[in-house]
Design a protein around this ligand. Structure first.
Ligand code: PEP
Ligand code: MG
Length: 590
């Protein structure tokens, strides 16, 4: 039995056999097979070789047919020669048989050896062939990993997924009937993979460092998404302990669930709104099911996760229409595209987008409103779709702009919205001229100068995920600095307080839609600062409501005041956790 510790990002437990899924974009881990698996692994290698040859021949035919370069065609002959080379085959099969390496790792090691040999020969022709070796390696790995992906799609048993990393769209497309949970080497608490896992109620632990090498396919694994633990090959005692914990957890959840439709009202009568964050229109069922009052944040960039190409105005409009139909008369806050950082999707169109994947600091680069302002045509399409949705005569539609850093950006976006609305009016297309336009406060420059946004933003929504990232200079998805990523840092709390106070002074609605709002630790604190709108992942709604219903406003204010006097993150977390436990005694987290 082996116990691995990572970051708990999505609560719940999963116990099942492991299924390993590698990515051809990550380093191939050194993984071993058993003696019985050697023949099967050699077979996998041979099929990958055949598939890769087939693909190269196809490509060669296409290039020849397009007559784009007779010089290119022989390169493919060279690739087929290398891929069929018997010394390469012997090398790979030797590593599978002798070292018991997986086919992936054996290929990767063998091609590295050839590469080194080419380097040493000091021959410029051979040096140029090194890129061909990379190309061949990628093709063979894709063939092998593609096979694994197809196998995953046709599984007839339940598994837990183990991977180096999963993208937010891979997480969104996980089939929950077969995959009970997942664990990855990389990732952080508020990365979008984690956010999607929480929304989908998939128990998950990330940032484990080496789980994808420590676990082999077929191992029995426990994923403990409450404490951030992965147990490999558990003994009978551990399994029994976990079965009891699973029962307790279900009892806790069922008790909360039975009260989910009670209003979020403090014991002394202050009404608070608990709204939901969604990524897809289909999640609205869960919003209503968990007792959510409206959609406080609709992350529209996830349209790209399920789109073949760049979505057009009509595709945007249909998604918003579908959300509005599903939610009836309740309001929705649609956030404009927050593409970039950890949200890159295969369907992102022009070449510029792919180049941005390789920005040196994507989190500080061209993301969200910056990305949209650099592509006015794409942005205008989305604005038109949101404006059209605002006139559908159901719940109120608001528009929210992410990653604002200065007043000028708000003016530029507002000018574009005004232009679009003028054009729609000329075309005789309906829209709501009073649609509220608000901003995300998720960069310290905005929180510090929040007074400058009074009068130009109709509401503020505090994005504590990014606010924490940018205030503390800690990448929210990087497991190596995860211990420094703490929402309870006094600097973050001061910025949150400043924004809520500004809203109260100027009667501007303020919500918190970052993960802080759904973390029970911070609910009393935020309530005490004067927050009256929380926007959280749907499954977290009952817990947040329960806490609000357990306390008076004067007690919450006292908690907020005491917290603001604390000077370290550790003191803040310690104090808020102990106070939360008083109001939520069965809380299964710590
Ligand atoms: C945030 O940054 O807190 C937020 C809600 O936006 P996202 O998580 O999509 O970046
Ligand atoms: Mg954000």
């Amino acid at each position: 039995m082996e116990i691995l510790k990572g970051i708990p990002v999505s609560p719940g437990f999963a116990i099942a056999e492991a299924f390993l899924l590698d990515s051809d974009e990550s380093v191939i881990p050194r993984r071993f097979i058993t003696a019985e698996e050697v023949d099967g692994e050699i077979e996998r290698f041979h099929s990958a070789v055949e598939q890769a040859k087939e693909e190269i021949r196809e490509l060669q035919k296409r290039v020849a047919a397009e007559e784009v370069g007779s010089e290119t065609v022989p390169i493919f002959d060279a690739h087929i020669l290398i891929i069929s080379d018997q010394s390469l085959h012997q090398e790979v099969m030797g590593r599978i048989t002798r070292n018991r390496f997986t086919a992936e790792y054996a290929i990767s090691r063998s091609l590295r050896k050839f590469e080194k040999a080419f380097h040493r020969m000091d021959d410029s022709y051979l040096a140029q062939r090194i890129t061909d070796l990379h190309d061949i390696e990628r093709r063979l790995l894709q063939a092998l990993l593609g096979g694994r992906k197809a196998e995953l799609q046709h599984l007839n048993r339940k598994v837990v997924l183990i991977a180096h990393d999963l993208t937010p769209s891979q997480t969104a497309s996980i089939d929950k009937d077969k995959i009970l949970g997942f664990a990855t080497d990389v990732g952080g608490m508020t990365g979008h993979t984690a956010i999607v896992a929480r929304a989908r109620e998939l128990p998950a632990v990330v940032g484990l460092g080496t789980v994808s090498t420590d676990v082999s396919s077929g191992d029995l694994v426990i994923i403990d998404g409450n404490r951030g633990v992965v147990v490999v090959s558990p003994d009978e005692n551990t399994l029994q302990t976990y079965r009891r914990m699973i029962d307790d957890f279900h009892n806790f959840e069922n008790a909360l669930f039975s009260e989910k439709h009670l209003p979020a009202e403090t014991t002394d009568g202050t009404r608070v709104k608990v709204t939901a964050n969604i990524e897809f229109p289909r999640e609205i069922e869960a919003v209503l099911g968990f007792g959510g009052e409206e959609v406080g944040l609709y992350r529209t960039e996830f349209i790209y996760a399920e789109s073949e190409g760049e979505p057009d105005e009509e595709q945007h409009f249909q998604q918003y229409k579908c959300s509005l139909n599903n939610i009836g008369t309740r309001p929705i806050t649609i956030r404009t595209l927050d593409l970039g950082a950890d949200k890159f999707f295969a369907s992102m169109g022009d070449k510029g987008d792919t180049s941005q994947m390789h920005e040196r600091n994507p989190v500080l680069g061209c993301r969200a409103v910056r990305y949209c302002l650099q592509r006015p045509q794409l942005f205008r399409q989305q604005i038109r779709a949101i404006c059209r949705a605002s006139a559908l005569g159901q719940g109120q539609v608001s528009m929210m702009i992410p990653m604002i850093t200065c007043v000028d950006e708000v003016h530029r976006v507002r000018d574009m919205i005004a232009e679009v609305q003028e054009q729609l009016a000329e075309e005789g297309v309906d829209f709501d001229p009073d649609m509220p336009i608000g901003i995300m406060v998720e960069v310290p420059s905005v929180a510090l100068c929040i007074e400058a946004f009074v009068g130009i933003a109709d509401f503020f929504s505090i994005g504590t995920n990014d606010l924490t990232q940018y205030t503390l200079a800690v990448d929210r998805t990087n497991e190596h600095v995860a211990s420094l990523y703490r929402q309870g840092h006094p600097a973050v709390l001061q910025l949150v307080k400043k924004v809520i106070e500004c809203g109260l002074t100027h009667e501007i609605p303020v919500s918190v839609c970052g993960e802080m709002a759904g973390d029970p630790t911070y609910v009393l604190f935020l309530l005490g600062l004067g927050l009256r709108k929380f926007s959280v992942s749907p499954p977290l709604i009952p817990e947040v409501k329960k806490l609000i219903r357990s306390v008076t406003i004067s007690k919450a204010s006292e908690v907020a005041q005491k917290t603001m006097l604390l000077q370290t993150t550790r003191e803040v977390e310690g104090y808020l956790r102990s106070i939360t436990r008083e109001y939520l005694p069965d809380w299964p987290f710590s």
